[in-house]
Ligand binder design. Structure first.
Ligand code: DLL
Length: 439
């Protein structure tokens, strides 16, 4: 075991009985804190007939109400917060299902807890203080850039805060500043790898050795391809804005199989998405997370919609925090396009406000040269003749602007003749996802 990579041995190697006692203590505190400081949760707990003092052991978790993305949206922007504005030091914002996004508020304590989770994750993934990290996740409202940034600095690595995009600059930085760790989405890693190959730069000419990749689903095949193109170990990191950001769970370099879930800060459950009953160990279900070490916006039993399973066996690395398997997909219709979370309903809400089109559309997601593409076909209204080029072009660009303003993503909009999009007799199949693992 490479012990120098264990950032917080006391917690990461904590015997399970102690870890469970810590969870129990923090769960009780969190429920009490929410009851006292979040009118939203006080109401929820009252409605569920649960008084904070009834939450005594981890088994009592099951008595607590669930939280879903709609709760955040319906209480936009800060209705579920449990700390006053003067204690909130940062907002992050992620896609809502329609209209308004979801806002997450972090106190100083929350940012510190999050950075520690990222620092532990970096150690687990094989990084050391000597490493130099090029962070090519987006900086800003998205948690990827700032989350990795703070964690890398806390861990003691050198940071290149490149942010996302501008591939030629990324490659230049890689060649000139000799980063040893690359942090970005797996699809962007693949894109960068192919770009290097096209320029005839061999991975041996670079110093990269580890990749910290997440924010979207990927596969073992994709891992192999990235590892081969960049000459690195490609490690999976998981997280979501509603519970912090990246660093909720991570793969360790020793086993490279399953993601250790930082159980001192997050309690996870794997439930049947229909019945909400627990799945037996090892079977796939929806991941539900309760944050037990946050103060600004703790979430009780947050339904992530992500599908995974628990890997029950202890890990060879010695960490006692249990592992979840690589995330397999989602139980809702959320798409992740170039790292951006997109609900088809968001696209629909842009279209709904416009004249000259029909409510018939098709969303086509594909991956070309390892970059996701988004095409949207929309039917023109029968009184909008396609041959009126200028009017149609104006409408098309209005839709593209609307989509960009809502999602922050460029889409190619195609206006098509009335009655050309296939009608469905049942549930409309509006999304075609043609993405393959890699081209
Ligand atoms: O994607 C946080 C993050 C940033 C994680 C950088 C890892 C690296 P959100 O934008 O709120 O947060 O999106 C969260 O992304 O519910 C999953 O569906 C998906 N996701 C995140 N990590 C992984 C992963 C960030 N490793 C949503 N594998 C989650 C598969 C992932 N899906």
């Amino acid at each position: 075991m490479a012990s120098q990579t264990i950032y917080n041995p006391k917690i990461e190697l904590m015997p399970r009985d102690q870890l469970q006692l810590l969870q129990q203590y923090r769960l009780r505190n969190t429920v009490q804190h929410l009851y006292d400081h979040s009118p939203f949760y006080k109401k929820r707990l009252d409605e569920a007939g649960v008084a904070p003092e009834q939450i005594k052991t981890l088994d009592d978790l099951r008595r607590l109400p669930f939280t879903i993305k709609y709760d955040l949206r319906d209480n936009y922007p800060d209705g579920i917060f449990s700390a006053p504005t003067e204690q909130i030091v940062r907002y992050h914002v992620s896609s809502g299902t329609t209209g308004k996004p979801t806002v997450v508020g972090c106190t100083r304590h929350d940012l510190d807890m999050w950075s520690e989770c990222v620092a532990r994750s970096l150690g687990a993934a094989g990084c050391t203080q000597k490493d130099i990290a090029q962070i090519a996740y987006g900086y800003g409202l998205f948690t990827g850039g700032l989350g990795l940034h703070d964690g890398c600095e806390l861990f003691g690595m050198t940071v290149i805060p490149a942010s996302s995009g501008n591939t030629s600059r990324q490659l230049m930085l890689m060649q000139d500043l000799n980063p040893t760790v690359l942090c970005c989405t797996p699809s962007y890693a693949l894109y960068l790898g192919e770009a290097l190959q096209k320029q005839g730069i061999s991975p041996d000419e670079l110093s990269l050795r580890i990749g910290i990749f997440g924010a979207e689903p990927w596969t073992e095949e994709m891992r192999k391809r990235i590892e081969q193109l960049l000459g690195i170990d490609a490690m999976d990191i998981y997280g979501l804005s509603e519970t912090s950001g990246p660093g909720v769970a991570v793969e360790c370099i020793e086993a490279k199989h399953g993601l250790h879930f930082w159980e001192d800060n997050f309690i996870f459950e794997i439930l049947d998405p229909e019945t909400l009953e627990p799945m037996p160990d090892g079977e796939y279900g929806e991941l539900v997370i309760t944050t037990i070490n946050r103060t600004g916006m703790p979430t009780l039993r947050y339904r992530t919609r992500d599908i995974t399973r628990i890997i029950p066996e202890p890990c060879t690395c010695g960490r006692t925090h249990r592992r979840i398997d690589r995330l397999k997909g989602r139980s809702d219709d959320m798409l992740i396009i170039r790292g951006v979370n997109v609900f088809p309903s968001q696209i629909e809400s842009v279209l709904a406000g416009l004249k000259g089109i029909m409510p018939h559309y098709r969303i086509i997601v594909d991956r070309k040269n390892n970059l996701d593409t988004l095409d949207i076909e929309v039917e023109l209204a029968p009184d909008m003749p396609l041959d009126e080029v200028r009017t149609v072009e104006k409408l098309r660009s209005e839709i593209e602007k609307g989509i960009h303003a809502t999602l922050g993503l460029a889409a190619n909009v195609h206006l098509v003749q009335p009655n050309t999009i296939e009608r469905s007799e049942g549930k409309a199949k509006r999304v075609t996802d043609l993405r393959k693992v890699y081209d």
